[in-house]
Design a protein around this ligand. Sequence first.
Ligand code: SF4
Length: 292
Amino acid sequence: MKISIDPHSGFCFGVVKAIAAAEQALQTHHHVYCLGDIVHNNEEVCRLKKLGMDVIDLHQLQSIQHQPILIRAHGEPPSTYALAAQNHNTIIDATCTVVLHLQKQVKEGCQQMRAKNGQVVIYGKKGHAEVIGLVGQTDNTAIVISSLEEIEHLNYNAPMRLYAQTTQNLHTYKIIAEAIENKYRQHNDNYDFIWYDTICRQVSNREESLKKFAEAHDVIIFVSGAKSSNGMVLFNICLSVNANSHLVSSVDKIDKAWFSQARSAGICGATSTPLWLMEAMANHIQTIVNQQ
Ligand code: SF4
């Protein structure tokens, strides 16, 4: 059986930058706290833990003082920076530049909407770290929607600025934005609604090549942590064109029965999946297939 790794899968530049910042900080400080998992991938988190990185949550941050604190690519709300500063911690800010730009846009949109009694709406996953960071730019006034159905509850008599979490599906986001625009048209000719395409192309540009890769193999092994938003988006793309697609987080989740009729297996992953893990999957699959 032929096994290939998708050349377009693996860390995006935001994650590469965050991991480089973590490794550099660990060389300088030997021990660093990271607010949340640096990537939604347990294997990579464990590797960095062995080098001296401890993952903490916001509650734990309240009692940590005079320590280096790493902010991961997803970013944080302003209240986190204030808390870290109050406790005299040193911030190592690895917020992705794409997320930083979006935070700035949301903040500006909020100022505009405040002056017009309007609303800021964010299409994203409720409770996701990036979304919490975005809502924080609006003093927690932004409305988060996660589906087309939820647009029914928005106020079409007031202005609106719409943004999306960077890793959402571009096609679905466009459908939602157009549906909102149609609602405004039905309510008022002079509506004030602007939506911004804030989807990161590191995810959306992978969709077409991933589809072709998934179609070209008998079995697809999609390597991703269960908490990765872009992992779910990209895995569902594989599944839409290849029913023999399996989402796995580590080599022990592989079932050798998946390959019994296969002539080819393709290994791919999310923007938070390290190349070394996909290579480990390929070696493991080769070993179990040779034993069959
Ligand atoms: S997916 Fe895009 S926005 Fe998210 S960390 Fe990677 S480069 Fe940044």
